[in-house]
Design a protein around this ligand. Structure first.
Ligand code: PBG
Length: 327
């Protein structure tokens, strides 16, 4: 093995052509899933204050946005519903005429090739803002499962291509898999938010989805941030229950978790570059403190380098262009 001065690592960084040849990780728009927030009503496209560049759309206004995603070669969207009327059991989530169900139909009509993934969780639809049914002041795991299964089935019936449970109840993947298989949807894939942490990085999303818990917090069901071995158990459990793709969420403060999951399991792995991660970049960029066009590709590359195959990101549309400019 040569040593300096024969060895010079800078030789392979000399110009963009060489750098391109030896680049170990690449990201492109085909890796992205773009989240969309669907509201009630007609003709709505409204800024979300905590997430500049991201909007609330009514189902009828999605056409242009979907066309743009197709043009940018972003293969998939992830749908969240934002509703005005909520109840204790989140019944807006499994209503056949619900906002997400309407949006699924609208998107599949506008662009049949666009992969429509839907978030399966009750928090956007419950009056108390928790991800399941409340019993004695806490979320009751087993009472929540049938409602999640009902919601999953309702999205499947509306034409969704993939379902993404984000509630963190034990046994939800199994409950959803059984409901799907029992109703003719045995080819519907499940993307499980398998290792989802109780994170402050969801703050801007909760404003956008109006889904903040009205009492307490989500620590009795979402994971404790210091734990990584537990993440491997969560992922292993969701795989055993039938998850086709697993997810680590958030991404950036959890790159080590992504790496460990990649090294331990062979399932496709998604990472969610969440709202707080997005908002921090946007806030700093707006002040001119960071160069957004460079920092975003660097961030997305780090998620891929850590081991993710799929990146769910609010940066998807802008990043699609910026990545192409990188040399
Ligand atoms: C629903 C859900 C949340 C996010 C995705 N699905 C919020 C939460 O758990 O409170 C967060 C996404 C983001 O912050 O971008 N349970």
């Amino acid at each position: 093995m040569p040593d300096f001065p024969e060895l010079r690592l800078r030789r392979l960084r000399k110009n963009s052509a060489i750098r391109s040849l030896v680049r170990e990780t690449t990201v492109d728009s085909g890796d992205f899933v773009f989240p969309l927030f669907i509201v009630e009503g007609k003709g709505v496209k409204k800024d979300i204050e905590t997430m500049p560049g991201i909007y609330h759309f009514s189902a009828d206004k999605l056409g242009k946005e979907i066309d743009e995603l197709v043009r940018l070669k972003i293969p998939a969207v992830l749908l969240f519903g934002v509703v005005n009327v909520k109840d204790e059991f989140g019944s807006g989530g499994y209503h056949p005429g619900g906002v997400v169900q309407q949006a699924i139909r609208a998107i599949k009509k506008a662009a049949p090739g666009m992969l429509v993934i839907t978030d399966i969780c009750l928090c956007e639809y419950t009056s108390h803002g928790h991800c399941g049914v409340i019993e004695n002041g806490d979320v009751d795991n087993d009472k929540t499962l049938p409602l999640l299964a009902k919601m999953a089935l309702s999205h499947a019936e509306a034409g969704a291509d993939m379902l993404a449970p984000s509630d963190m109840m034990d046994g939800r993947v199994k409950a959803i898999r059984q409901a799907l298989d029992g109703n003719g949807f045995n080819s519907m894939p499940i993307l499980a938010y398998a290792a989802k942490y109780a994170s402050a990085f969801y703050g801007p999303f909760r404003e956008a989805a109006r889904s903040a818990p009205q009492f307490g917090n989500r620590k009795s069901y979402q994971m404790d941030p210091p734990n990584v071995r537990e993440a491997l158990r969560e992922i292993g459990q969701d795989i055993k229950e039938g998850a086709d793709i697993v997810m680590v969420k958030p991404a950036l403060a959890y790159l080590d978790v992504i790496r460990r999951v990649r090294e331990t399991f062979n399932h496709p792995l998604a990472a969610y570059n969440v709202s707080g991660e997005y908002a921090m970049v946007k806030a700093a960029a707006a002040r001119g403190w960071v160069d957004e066009k460079r920092i975003v590709p660097e961030i997305l590359t780090s998620i891929k380098r850590a081991g993710a195959d799929i990146i769910i990101t609010y940066h998807a549309k802008e990043a699609a262009g910026w990545l192409a400019e990188q040399v």
